[in-house]
Design a protein around this ligand. Structure first.
Ligand SMILES: [Cu+2]
Length: 472
């Protein structure tokens, strides 16, 4: 799907996203070119095309189309508060004027949000586009670029006490490594009250996410999806909104971190969320995803959790995996897919012929270090982990509580292994090449006696970040 609206920012630019017709989410009828031939997106071969000279077989490490320069957007990072579990998308931006849809049951907690939303606004572009729009702050970062046509995302830190930064997960940042958004590595944190301008070109395509790269802010709510449209390794009809999986504590991440120090072992995370929603006790609601009978749906799955590995499946449906992280792969079928923290998979799910309601399940790791607490709507224990973190996929006019059962358990992956490596074959195969330097390093962990912390070390040295002296 190519966007005629050059940049759609859900939420922040409400009039723009409202103006975008729903047909935008369908690939049919969109004309694409492949080596000078014109296809319609409903042609069976058209999914692999993009524009003359650029298609699924293009090695995007070597060449990238010239896309558009997208208008400037502002991400404002704010402190606010939200209750179970979590309904954050409806809270207003400022503490003191918070609207909560459900009874709070004592679980209101401080959260951090991008433009008042968790997950934050979607960054959406076409392959080759440049994200954002340049202004004076960018000139300070890169004085040798003097075209006025560059683009930016401006991140404004409206936190009272803490720095922040926004990292664009998995983006190559070819020639723009200082736009990576990693505090203490490529930049100093953005001080309270300050702003920074990020600008980069979408040289890859597919699904990824952005998040704060300062302390544990990402898991207090500073994260959101990135969708870069491009060719695909299998045809589909409907491009659904990204599905972000997270784990969610009823305390702040810093409180959970402090608890982890104080005890022997990891803290419990209270719940898991799908696009910022789940039920907890008698509060909350399930996220809903509308399917159309007989259509092929592209689902963009992103695991944004601090620690939880999720195994995702849709009751009664099979999926076809078409991309791993930002790499198109040769499609393979499966009934479940395992995502560890930070991983993304794009899958296509063929809709059934007739209407119905089905659970999309994100089964929290049976093998990870945190555990999601297990209670149902009556605060009774839930023994079946497949019932904990769910969303509703519905075909009709509106969703009803599904009565569907999980896919056969023998097809699940009890040990949280990654998807089988032999199935993850990229469409464009590349040899890694020979390195110039061979060196053995000793990678391990060390428990220093003075602070109860486990440090991960390389050659016995942990990494200590220095915020005021990022590496260059
Ligand atoms: Cu990341």
């Amino acid at each position: 799907m190519r966007l005629p609206v050059i940049f759609k920012l859900v939420g922040l630019l409400a009039p723009l996203s409202k103006a975008a017709p729903s047909a935008l989410s369908k690939r049919q009828g969109v004309k694409v070119e492949c080596d000078g031939l014109e296809f319609k997106m409903d042609d069976e071969k058209a999914h692999a095309c993009w524009k003359a000279g650029y298609d699924l077989k293009t090695n995007f490490y070597e060449k990238v189309p010239d896309g558009k320069e997208l208008p400037k957007v502002v991400f404002e990072i704010t402190e606010t508060e939200a209750g179970p579990d979590v309904s954050v998308p409806i809270i207003t931006r400022y503490v003191g004027s918070i609207q909560l849809m459900y009874s709070t049951q004592g679980f209101n907690r401080p959260v951090l949000a991008v433009n008042g939303k968790i997950p934050g606004p979607k960054i959406e572009a076409n392959w080759g586009d440049t994200i954002g729009k340049r202004d004076i702050a960018y000139i300070l970062v890169n004085p040798d670029t003097n075209s006025r046509r560059y683009s930016v995302i401006e991140v404004k830190n409206s936190l009272k006490r803490n720095g922040t930064s926004i990292h664009f997960h998995g983006i190559r940042q070819h020639g723009t490594s200082f736009m990576d958004g990693t505090s203490a590595v490529t930049q100093c944190p953005i001080a309270p009250g300050d702003s920074i301008i990020y600008k980069w070109k979408a040289e890859q395509y597919g699904t990824t996410w952005y998040h704060s790269h300062y302390g544990l802010q990402a898991w207090d709510g500073v994260f959101g999806p990135i969708v870069i449209h491009g060719p695909a390794s299998a045809p589909y009809d409907i491009d659904l909104e990204p599905v972000l999986l997270s784990d969610w504590a009823h305390k702040t991440s810093d409180e959970v971190f402090a608890e982890t120090f104080a005890q022997d072992g990891y803290a419990t995370i209270d719940n898991g969320l799908i696009n910022g929603k789940n039920v907890y006790g008698k509060g909350g609601e399930h996220h809903q995803i509308k399917f159309t009978p007989g259509m092929r749906h592209r689902l963009r799955l992103i695991n944004t959790a601090i620690d939880t590995t999720y195994q995702v499946s849709l009751d009664g449906h099979e999926m076809k995996v078409i991309a791993a992280d930002l790499v198109p792969i040769n499609p393979f079928p499966t009934t479940f897919i395992t995502l560890s923290s930070g991983q993304r998979y794009d899958v296509i799910i063929e809709g059934k012929k007739e209407a119905g309601d089905f659970w999309l399940r994100a089964v929290p790791d049976p093998c990870g270090s945190t555990s999601i607490s297990k209670t149902d709507a009556n605060d009774e224990p839930i023994s079946d982990v497949a019932e904990l973190v769910k969303a509703i996929v519905y075909y009709g006019e509106k969703a009803s509580p599904p009565k569907s059962s999980p896919n056969p358990p023998e097809k699940m992956n009890p040990s949280c292994q990654d998807m089988p490596i032999e199935k993850l074959t990229p469409v464009v195969e590349m040899a890694a090449g020979k390195g110039d330097l061979n060196q053995d390093v000793n990678w391990s962990s060390k428990n220093y006696a003075d602070d109860n912390l486990i440090y991960w070390t390389i050659n016995d040295t942990p990494f200590f970040s220095n915020w005021s002296q990022p590496s260059k």
